[in-house]
Design a protein around this ligand. Structure first.
Ligand code: FES
Ligand code: FES
Length: 222
């Protein structure tokens, strides 16, 4: 029986509380809002919610102990910001979906996939990229150990692997060989350099132990 109501009214009667017409009205409003820089407040479910974008918003990032400013859309990842806005191209984009580790950076002391973190989220965090490991012109010991142990072939996974190894060693300065497999399990190497990578980590760990032992006058547990 025709109750004289159109589809939208029927939808409302079914308890959705939000008809297609309402949606179109809201959509019409949002389409008429120009792309804004910064944030704006909208009301959702009776609450004021701050939203960013869809245009570019200014952000500030702490990378390798240096402050960087950029303007990016809120949907842009940290990886794309590093590579495309800040000319920090050491972190590589390979899978772009948190599988391979080529984009690994250290965020607040933990290894993180920069391809799956939004740049806007990374504000107020301490970020280390592979560019931050060298001491002037001097390679970081891990970078040198990768060379010494043939820890790379094509090299595409290498920057992410070096950064992951750094985060791992910072937390586990004296790992056992069996810890390495799981500890570095977030990074893949299609060239199969895993043996060299693990040897590099052990080299740095053992050198650190040796330095500690020498400093302590030759008393070591190892
Ligand atoms: S590019 Fe980020 S995990 Fe592969
Ligand atoms: S060295 Fe080629 S992917 Fe690892």
């Amino acid at each position: 029986m025709d109750d004289g109501k159109d589809d939208d009214e029927k939808l409302n009667d079914q308890g959705s509380g939000f008809s297609r017409r309402d949606f179109l009205k809201v959509g019409g409003i949002s389409l008429s809002v120009p792309l804004v820089i910064g944030s704006r407040t909208i009301r959702i479910g009776g609450e004021d919610v701050k939203v960013y974008g869809p245009g570019k918003v200014p952000i500030s990032l702490n990378i390798n102990a240096k402050r960087y400013a950029a303007e990016v859309e809120p949907r842009v990842t940290l990886l794309d910001t590093l590579r495309n806005e800040l000319e920090l191209t050491g972190s590589k984009r390979v899978c772009d979906r948190a599988s391979c580790g080529a984009c690994t950076v250290i965020v607040d002391g933990k290894a993180a996939y920069s391809c799956t973190m939004l740049a806007i989220e990374a504000q107020n965090k301490k970020i280390t990229t592979v560019e931050g490991l060298m001491d002037g012109e001097k390679l970081h010991p891990l970078q040198q150990a990768f060379i010494d142990n043939d820890g790379q072939q094509c090299g595409f996974c290498t920057p992410g692997f070096v950064v992951a190894c750094k985060a791992f060693l910072d937390k586990n300065p004296h790992p056992k060989a069996e810890d390495l497999k799981t500890g570095l399990g977030g990074n893949l190497c299609r060239c199969g350099t895993y043996v060299g990578v693990r040897a590099a980590v052990m080299q740095v760990s053992q050198a650190a132990s040796l330095r500690y032992s020498e400093r302590e006058g030759g008393h070591s547990n190892g």
